[in-house]
Design a protein around this ligand. Structure first.
Ligand code: GLA
Length: 378
């Protein structure tokens, strides 16, 4: 049974009849990590894994929501005081509240949802959840909220209801993703451009270390604070646009740790631009080189990698993989790998065997299919 069929079956069992069905996607990011909240560029795309939700107005004032994956039900009103206790329900509640705060009406509704984005793998299951509900409520109640605003609503949900001061990349990709395309998003202006991505002779594959990353209450927010402190020292709103010589000029006034965080971000800005040029020329060797550099920066300067991810990255290098790096916020999750067809099977076999013999379990392998973002599917 497909996820769509499973939520439909549960919906009609719990509530009467059927509602509209929406899907929103998880994301990958080719390059540009921890640049979004620094006003920089990112290079994400939506994937074929996501969250499906069936929903229907219930004529009342409360939301009645069932999570098929957790096997849990939550019912809540739309006022601030009605905040539910379970963490998944807080995402849904947060989306409703952020819509209401912007002056739109959210009436009572029934919903059942489920998904196949692995949790804590750095593929933005939470953005997919926020976008599926944001997109669905907007469509179902004909609210007329533009896509940009839906992405900001998802981000504000993370900030105000889930404790993660994330950037805009995940929610943006989840809403605006387009099959076969990555997008270069300027996180300062929210201008974006699609880049068709079908590198002939190469594959994009994710290796999930299955080390769970948990951004809530994590050092993620501290990374952001470091960047903000350095930007302030430089008299800027964001680190975006700062040069290494700007950074050197304030080195004596900032901590060594903040210096390293900013050095990574400034380097990453350059790498995103290099990758844009390289993609236009079909130069995937350069793209791959930049990915390895990003990994080193995230490992040594930003310090968001972990032993398992470094192990996978080294394996990729040994197997002659074109590019490999930790993807997403870090602290666990996946590496993203740009692999020539000719070395693909050898790489996957070696990675599976050596990772398993070292850590007692094989990494999960996900072939990337770049897909559409939020949409109605039934
Ligand atoms: C998480 C956040 C994003 C972004 C990435 C790192 O996925 O939600 O906003 O900062 O980490 O690039």
């Amino acid at each position: 049974m497909t996820i769509k069929d499973r939520i439909s079956e549960k919906f009609s069992a719990l509530f009467s009849g059927h509602g509209a069905i929406y899907m929103s996607a998880g994301r990958i990011n080719l390059i540009g990590e921890h640049t979004d909240y620094n006003g920089g560029f990112v290079f994400p795309g939506a994937i074929d894994k996501g969250i499906w939700v069936e929903m229907k107005p219930n004529g009342g004032k409360s939301a009645r929501v069932y999570s098929l994956d957790y096997g849990e039900y939550a019912e809540f009103g739309m006022d601030e005081k009605d905040k539910p206790s379970s963490s998944w329900a807080r995402y849904v509640f947060g989306v409703c509240r952020e819509i209401i705060k912007r002056g739109y009406d959210v009436c009572g509704f029934d919903a059942v949802f489920s998904g196949d984005v692995p949790l804590g793998a750095g593929l933005s299951s939470s953005a997919a959840l926020e976008s599926a509900f944001g997109f669905g409520l907007n469509d179902m109640f004909s609210l007329g909220i533009p896509g940009f605003e839906l992405a900001l609503i998802g981000q504000a949900t993370e900030h105000n209801y889930c404790g993660v001061n994330c950037g805009i990349m995940d929610q943006f990709a989840s809403i605006f993703g387009k099959a076969g395309n990555l997008m270069r998003l300027d996180c300062m202006t929210l201008e974006y451009e699609y880049y068709p991505f079908a590198p002939e002779g190469y594959r994009l594959v994710l290796l999930d270390s299955v080390v769970k990353h948990e951004l809530v209450g994590s050092p993620y927010n501290r990374r952001r604070e470091s960047c903000e402190r350095v930007a302030e020292k430089l008299g800027r709103k964001f680190l975006r646009g700062a040069s290494m010589s700007d950074l050197e000029a304030v080195r004596a006034d900032i901590s060594e740790e903040d210096y390293k965080r900013a050095r990574y971000v400034i380097g990453e800005e350059k790498r995103v631009m290099t990758v844009c040029d390289a993609l236009q020329k079909g130069d995937y060797e350069t793209v791959g080189r930049m990915m390895y550099e990003t990994h080193r920066g995230m490992r040594d300067d930003y310090e968001v990698s972990c032993e398992e991810l470094d192990f996978l990255n080294n394996l990729a290098l040994d197997c002659g993989v074109t590019g490999s790096r930790i993807m997403g916020g870090g602290f666990g999750g996946c590496t993203i790998n740009l692999v020539r067809e000719g070395v693909y099977h050898d790489f996957i076999d070696k990675a599976t065997v050596s990772f398993a013999s070292r850590y007692g379990h094989a990494p999960k392998v996900y072939d990337v299919v770049i897909s559409d973002g939020a949409r109605r599917i039934g």
